[in-house]
Design a binder for this molecule. Structure first.
Ligand code: AHR
Length: 659
């Protein structure tokens, strides 16, 4: 017995599971499949998108040129002038604020004689290029005087060898867009783009761009298909965008303003990304927002992947961790107008001002916006004051729109309690709770919502992730331990679907060479991407959502940590199936017997297991499915389902039901 304890302690400490421990007594659970406890919201399991970790520019937005319009604070950031090709030409950055305030800078290139001059773009941590794929180069250009400077775009591999090229001959002295395409001859993870200007003459150039032809749904200048596919595979119920703290900005001048992200891409005003210099240990000085992925594209993405759109708007408050700057209450009108106009942009008739813009951008049909977030992670009376004004204005014009409110950055404490009490008294629609905490916190709080008011506002678990370290300092990894704790916690979200209407892990995406915050759901480099164990937990919940919650009990109590097991059950009325989720957070095998009452399960069922023998186990670019679901068929005898839960495992069981 003593030896057994020592071995157990060692295994738990190291997080390494060697072999099944001593046989356990079977755990007898009862499922009351004819007692509907709650309806599961169709939006229940969604995704949270924020442009953090190079998620948008350098990530899902497939543009390969960094600082294409010379609008970064340092106008030539990302560009270099190779000495061997430069000749004695020169580049001048011209700022024409009055003529083109949204995109004021351009490059004026002077090439004396018949020599040439080049600028090389390094891409976002290089450019991921695939052999045999077509790439589309474009730029806006005009010649000065009667010159005819030629522009040759050449992709270079890591050794400077050309792997694809196209030449354009801009004509005339008016700005015009020119396009050329080529097929890459090699696969290169970190290519560069050389743009060479052959003289003699002077030429102006702007919006220098390179996109893969192959994008999500093959849309020109679109999104990275592999990343969107990973999102689509989640079958998310909603897409929250554009964040996150990015909504707030460090100061109000740096806040997200959706109107500046729609219409012609050339007219979208670039700003610094607030994550650029947020963390000293992960400084990203070249992180800006081009807004090539703007609000139209977010709505379109939501529609593409079957998610209901959930935009979050600035409520007149900058990030309270940074400046805490607020707009004066009597100057809130433009912010409120932005909210009203957004609803018109999403849902308005094509004859309305904003509905017409949506139609012009290619989507005459409404986007069916039903929910809107007012502020991100705000707190204090200043938030309530501003939210109240927003709510009055929005509800009086659009009573059906459900508003999502902030409950601050944490799930407890004075800030949380103040907002929770106040917003409940104000009959808020949906309260947005955030928790980034230890795996232990997630296990301890799996029954958090069992005691919530069933008649108050709905809960949106809008940002959560288990973190092995408290500080967001880079040591946090997407370990199996974190994913397992989240799976256990999510049984509590599902069981309380009458209270919890929506939930999303955060953040969603991270570039392995350009991240600021970890852990994240999906990691990628310039060519590859993988889902973390946490991704597969989310996927299993979202793809096995069901429609109604039914009780699963042990000794007539909910199962939330007794014997280190967590459980929830739903009916999937569309498929006519019972769906059971079981999580074993211990190092021991757990034999489980499920006695199904009220319905008769079919003789064959399906078992999906997600498990790993090391709590510190990870997925990676080289081992993307190291920890991933395995599906098998199971036999069901009568009204009893039996399974032996492996140590540290998450099981989803599906069984046909006959009433
Ligand atoms: O998800 C990362 C950040 O965490 C979000 O931007 C913010 O809302 C929260 O503090």
């Amino acid at each position: 017995m003593k030896t057994y304890r020592i071995v157990t302690a060692f295994l738990l400490l190291t997080g390494v599971y060697a072999s099944p421990l001593a046989a356990q007594q079977p755990l007898n659970f009862t499922i009351k499949a004819n007692e509907i406890k709650a309806r599961v919201s169709p939006h229940m399991w969604g995704i949270f998108f924020e442009d953090i970790n190079l998620s948008a520019d350098g990530g899902i937005y497939a543009e390969l040129v960094k600082n294409r319009s010379f609008e970064f604070s340092s106008p030539l950031m990302g560009w270099s002038i190779p000495k061997d090709v430069a000749g004695n030409g020169r580049v001048l950055i011209v700022n024409r604020q009055a003529d083109h305030p949204a995109n004021p800078r351009f490059a004026r290139i002077t090439v004396p004689g018949t020599r040439s001059f080049a600028l090389v773009n390094e891409g976002f941590r290089g450019m991921g290029i695939k052999a045999g794929e077509q790439y589309n180069f474009s730029l806006y250009a005009r010649q000065q005087g009667s010159t005819a400077v030629k522009v040759t775009a050449t992709l270079l591999d890591e050794n400077g060898n050309a792997i694809g090229s196209t030449t354009l001959t801009p004509e005339g002295s008016s700005w015009q867009q020119y396009k050329g395409s080529f097929t890459a001859t090699a696969t290169v993870p970190k290519a560069k783009l050389q743009v060479q200007y052959s003289g003699p003459g002077i030429i102006d150039a702007d919006m220098i761009s390179l996109f893969p032809q192959h994008t999500w749904k093959e849309r020109p200048n679109g999104l990275r298909a592999d990343l969107v596919q990973l999102l689509a595979d989640l079958h998310p119920g909603f897409l929250r965008f554009p964040g996150g703290c990015i909504v707030e900005g460090k100061e109000l001048s740096n806040r997200y303003q959706w109107k500046k992200t729609v219409g012609d891409v050339n007219e979208r005003t670039l700003i610094m990304n607030r994550w650029n210099n947020e963390f000293a240990h992960r400084a990203t000085p070249d992180y800006f927002q081009s807004f090539g992925l703007g609000f139209f594209e977010y709505f379109q993405l939501a529609e593409d992947i079957g998610a209901t759109p959930l935009p979050i708007l600035n409520c007149g408050m900058a990030c309270q961790y940074n400046s805490g700057e607020v707009v004066a209450v009597d100057e809130l009108d433009p912010y409120i107008q932005d909210a009203l106009d957004l609803i018109e942009f999403a849902n308005g008739d094509v004859h309305t001002t904003w509905g017409a813009l949506r139609a012009k951008m290619g989507h005459p049909a409404p986007f069916n916006l039903q929910m809107l977030g007012v502020g991100n992670e705000q707190w204090g009376p200043q938030y309530v004051e501003r939210y109240t004004i927003f709510a009055k204005a929005i509800k009086s014009r659009y009573p059906a729109i459900q508003l999502v409110n902030s409950l601050g950055p944490g799930p407890s404490g004075d800030q949380f309690n103040f907002l929770n009490d106040t917003l409940r008294k104000l009959h808020a629609d949906i309260l947005d709770e955030h928790y980034y905490s230890s795996p232990e916190w997630f296990l301890k709080n799996a029954a958090r919502y069992d005691t919530y008011d069933r008649h108050g506002p709905k809960i949106f678990a809008g940002e959560y992730a288990a973190h092995t370290r408290e500080a967001v300092e880079g040591a946090n990894k997407n370990t199996w331990q974190c994913a397992l704790a989240e799976a256990a916690f999510m049984t509590g979200l599902e069981r309380n679907a009458d209270v919890v209407a929506m939930a999303s892990y955060a953040p969603l995406l991270a570039h392995v060479d350009g991240w600021q915050w970890a852990p994240d759901l999906i990691w990628f480099d310039n060519l590859r991407a993988y889902g973390t164990p946490n991704y597969y937990v989310q996927k299993l919940y979202a793809n096995n959502k069901g429609s109604e919650v039914v009780p699963i009990l042990k000794d007539n109590s909910i199962i939330s940590g007794q014997d280190s097991v967590y459980a929830s059950a739903v009916l999937d009325q569309v498929m006519g199936e019972l769906v059971v989720k079981l999580v074993n957070t211990s190092a021991a095998t757990k034999p489980v017997t499920l006695a199904v009452q009220g319905v008769k399960p079919g003789a064959k069922g399906q078992l999906v297991t997600l498990q790993h023998h090391q709590l510190q186990g990870l997925n990676s670019l080289d081992q993307p499915t190291n920890i991933s679901p395995v599906t098998q068929n199971i036999d069901i005898k009568g009204k009893t389902i039996q399974t032996n839960m492996a140590p540290w495992s998450f099981y989803v069981i599906r069984a046909k039901i006959n009433k």
